[in-house]
Design a protein around this ligand. Sequence first.
Ligand SMILES: [Zn+2]
Length: 442
Amino acid sequence: MTTYWCSLAWLGGPRPEQGVEIEVEAGRITAVSEGGQAPSRDGRHLHGLTLPGLANAHSHAFQRALRGRAQGDRGSFWTWREQMYALAERLDPDGYLALARATYAEMALAGITTVGEFHYLHHGPGGAPYDDPNEMGRTLIAAAADAGIRLTLIDCCYLHGGIGEEPDGAQRRFSDGSAEAWAARVDELDESESVRIGAAIHSMRAVDPDAAAVVAAWARERDRPLHAHVSEQPAENEACLDAYGRTPTALLAGAGALEASFTAVHATHLDDADVASLGAAAACCCVCPTTERDLADGIGRMRRLVDAGASLSLGSDSHAVIDMFEEARAVELDERLASGERGHHTSAALMRAASEDGHACLGWPDAGRIEPGARADLVTVSLESVQLAGGSSEHALDSVVFAGGARDVRHVLVDGREVVVDGRHTSIDAAEHHEAILRAIE
Ligand SMILES: [Zn+2]
């Protein structure tokens, strides 16, 4: 058993608690006591604010290689997508392993203990399956294990280049040809203590309603998380309305997808009926504000989804940056810009989206909380940086959510294992990140 003594820890309330002792055994938290007792002599001291593990609920690991390389030109989501496809056409399993390892290690350094990888880069160039048709998925599983974080491989069904269109170019690497073939391939992937297998409908542009129903049934029968990109762009809504006379959310409802285990990624351009049906299903909405602003997607109005009954999670998606504090505050700050009002989401609610609710939408209901029985994930954020200087203990959560960043994360425990110590990854060094990214982009 290891005892951690935290000068401050957030246990889920509106404010952090002082002097919290946390006992960890066999990867689980076994006891939590508050009240500022003197630190036990043999315990480890965690100075700063200790949080539960953070969940990055929407990732495309390979897109990390585009950071800093897709700025400056006039364009839109659709012109950015061409650059992303050019990268997707080049990657092979070895290059992908190095790149994903570096990306997931960067996540660990940012306090992320579970990643939800929305995985569609399945097959070889031109769409030819690898000898193991799940080679790319297993590559991601290996990368997360190397980086020391848990993974939900959200394997994504992708069949069409657009509604009624065959996949073209890089898109051929994404497609299994049919939802049945997708299901047969995904059934070959095994779960473990640190890996879950989930399902995704890429979008209602890339999956027709009948195929979407097959994917939704697969997830329901196996009790797996189901995710889909939903209304990221107005053009996606228009294409669905033109072809089917229904919004993407209404089509997903018709396919049987809208349940509490469903996550709508982005949920940016919704009408009132979409909001009501996602709320009534108690679905999760995964917001990815740093990517949404990078791609000029628009501003999601998340307060109305929460009011309707939905939960929120957060994702760094294209990895324009990997910083869950930046994602969390952007949910509130973007809504301020769009509404002219402050105070839509509290720091505690934003932190819950980044931890407990993020983990729940990835199929880890026993993670993301500091309480007995939960997985022993602890993320300690230093309060001693210049940026956070002068804050009070009482307001430390507000300080970290609204002014902190990934750089302030000093110590990360995942399932009781130390993955980041004093701001350094315990097994992957920074030079490896640089090499992996250059190799992917060359
Ligand atoms: Zn995405």
